[in-house]
Design a protein around this ligand. Structure first.
Ligand code: FAD
Length: 388
């Protein structure tokens, strides 16, 4: 069973690449070990797939080489994907910050990709797990449905997040087999777990959310944070989790658009308890926990100016350390992956192994939350699809 191109993984990147290569007249086979293709697309964006971000720029991606993604992103842009979505009459809307979602269901994106593959005469085999790769003149792929040979091999097997959806380390294993460097992987866009020493009071706030500016070093995200039973989640936390290094603390500005000292000063004659006062500008349950564990609470008029200053500082720069994340089970993506040093930014081909390509999440290019990761899947899939 000989093909021009075999693609391992029928996720976003693999299916998109297959359709591009098929349109060029290449005989393409896609192997997927799940029974269904595009399972991550199906569950993405709460079932509505945040399929791109109209503002996607190289700055929205994390990689040891921040320039690597530029070429692919420029050659297949969010607008290009939007045109395709429009051609299929899939209704969509911008939720916020340039994030485009399907109005009905993410299944429409999967159907669109399958249709694109069908038109390009791509063969898709599901329930087919790639086990081993051998290379002579051609690549030989050993699977549980027999052996396939091909001239060009594309690894689109994704990252490690959500093993229940079929995530494997296959791509990294193949990279190692061919002596390609891997940038250390770790779960990203992932909820964080409080340290054991963190006041237990905050664990009882599960479900409470508020807007905050969260920072690590020079990186800040200003969005919602959500208390969980074990720690914190919400868009701002998922975003900052990709930047957090072991031992670093996150700084929380709980009143990012206000001047806390000014607000407290203006009410310094008030008999109101601090906890109740803060409950008017922050969720009351959070304000009570914050005062109970961090600042204490007494009538505002009993605070000195120095004390009010210290409270304001805490509200603008509350420092919390986290040792643990919720891991691959809950992470949306994997940070790190096949080093971009090893790949051509134009074609995604390995520099040292002719005709071997890596695309999508398996590569050390990780997008922010908000449609960027799918855009990387489309752009890198397109780049390889033009050359395989
Ligand atoms: C819950 C969740 C929600 C998300 N929401 C969004 C969102 O709204 N917007 C966004 O931009 N990003 C989102 N993401 C991230 C996005 O889904 C991924 O970045 C994207 O799917 C990566 O595409 P990929 O094709 O590289 O990998 P994948 O989509 O993971 O596809 C890889 C495929 O390879 C298959 N595979 C693995 N090993 C083998 C093997 N040995 N043999 C055969 N097949 C194999 C897997 O089963 C899988 O189907 C979300 C992720 C999660 C987990």
């Amino acid at each position: 069973m000989r093909f021009d191109v075999v693609i391992i993984g029928a996720g976003a990147a693999g299916l998109f690449c297959a359709a591009q290569a098929g349109k060029r007249g290449r005989k393409v086979l896609v192997l997927e070990h799940n029974a269904q293709v595009g399972r991550k697309i199906i569950i993405s964006g709460g079932g509505r797939c945040n399929f791109t971000n109209v503002n996607a720029r190289p700055e929205n991606f994390i990689s040891q080489n921040p320039h690597f993604c530029k070429s692919a992103l420029a050659r297949y842009t969010p607008q290009n994907f939007v045109e395709l979505v429009k051609k299929y009459r899939i209704e969509f809307y911008e939720k916020k910050l340039g994030q485009l979602f399907c109005r009905d269901s993410s299944g429409q994106i999967v159907e669109m990709l399958i249709d694109e593959c069908r038109r390009a005469k791509v063969e898709i085999r599901t329930n087919c797990s790639a086990k081993n790769i051998f290379k002579n003149d051609l690549f030989e792929i050993e699977t549980d449905q027999g052996k396939f040979t091909c001239e060009s091999l594309v690894i689109a097997s994704g990252g490690l997040s959500i093993p229940q959806l079929g995530a494997t380390d296959f791509g990294y294993r193949i990279a190692r087999q061919f002596d390609l460097k891997i940038v250390e992987t770790k779960p990203a866009l992932v909820p964080l777990v409080f340290q054991n020493s963190f006041p237990a009071k905050f664990k009882s706030l599960a479900g409470v959310s508020l807007d905050a500016a969260v920072s690590v070093g020079k990186t800040t995200f200003c969005e919602n944070i959500l208390f969980t039973h074990r720690g914190l989640s919400g868009p701002a936390i998922l975003q900052i989790s990709s930047y957090l290094k072991r031992g670093e603390k996150i700084s929380f500005n709980l009143l990012p658009t206000k001047n806390a000292f000014e607000i407290l000063q203006n009410s310094k004659e008030s008999r109101k308890e601090l906890g109740n006062f803060l409950g008017e500008i922050l969720p009351q349950r959070f304000a009570s926990a914050f005062c109970e564990t961090i600042t204490g609470s007494k009538p505002l008029k009993n605070y000195s100016e120095k004390e009010l200053k210290a409270i304001a500082e805490k509200l603008h720069a509350w420092q919390i350390g986290f040792d643990e994340t919720e891991g691959n089970r809950k992470a949306e993506v994997t940070l790190g992956g096949v080093s971009t040093d090893e790949l051509s930014s134009k074609t995604m081909e390995a520099k040292l192994v002719k005709n071997l390509y890596f695309i999508g999440e398996v590569v050390d290019v990780t997008g922010w939350l908000g449609g960027y990761n799918f855009q990387w899947a489309w752009s890198s899939g397109f780049a390889a699809g033009e050359f395989v």
